[in-house]
Ligand binder design. Structure first.
Ligand SMILES: [Zn+2]
Length: 180
């Protein structure tokens, strides 16, 4: 997968598509646009927005690609998650700072069930060691006084991503991977 942090970057990637190598078969010259992945998120709960551009490695009409697809994502969308990267950050940060996941989630004001904060929190805890491994290469973990689970990971993330994007979107754009 590839993650774009802006529309400009997305446009630039599209113009390079013809010469880009396929992440599956590593051949260049056969990638074509293949529709969008659309969906709801907490900031657009009633209208689907574009989450990713699907790209197809063409094996049709004498093209020599592998026939597989991959996605170019926007940095603020997280796969299999209703929250945007920005809302996910707001939730996790507040949950760690206050120790109150339920309230931190309520403050997002999105209409997910009461079990959602716990489900998302568990997903974060499960992803933690992978996140830490990714961050170690980018910045030293800063000192962290809080003993809340997750506090060290979020502090490390913030230290590694001094950026104009929200830290989770920045993580995704930098590493071309989902945060969790
Ligand atoms: Zn291919």
């Amino acid at each position: 997968m590839h993650v774009c942090q802006s529309d400009e970057e997305f446009k630039a990637v599209l113009t390079r598509l013809k010469w880009m190598t396929c992440p599956h078969c590593k051949r260049a010259g056969y990638l074509i646009r293949h529709g969008y992945l659309r969906g709801f998120d907490d900031r657009h709960p009633r209208k689907k927005t574009v989450r990713a551009q699907r790209v197809y490695c063409s094996n049709r009409s004498r093209a020599d690609g592998c026939g597989r697809t991959f996605n170019i994502w926007w940095a603020d969308k997280v796969g299999r998650l209703f929250l945007t990267a920005q809302s996910l950050w707001a939730f996790l940060k507040k949950a760690v700072d206050t120790g109150n996941k339920r309230q931190a989630f309520r403050d997002l004001d999105c209409d997910l069930s009461d079990s959602a904060p716990y489900r998302i929190w568990r997903r974060f805890l499960k992803a933690r060691s992978a996140i830490r491994t990714a961050l170690i290469g980018l910045a030293k973990p800063p000192p962290c006084a809080s003993d809340q689970p997750g506090a060290q990971t979020l502090a490390h993330l913030q230290a590694a991503m001094p950026d104009h994007l929200s830290p989770i979107a920045a993580f995704q754009a930098k590493l071309h991977a989902f945060f969790l």
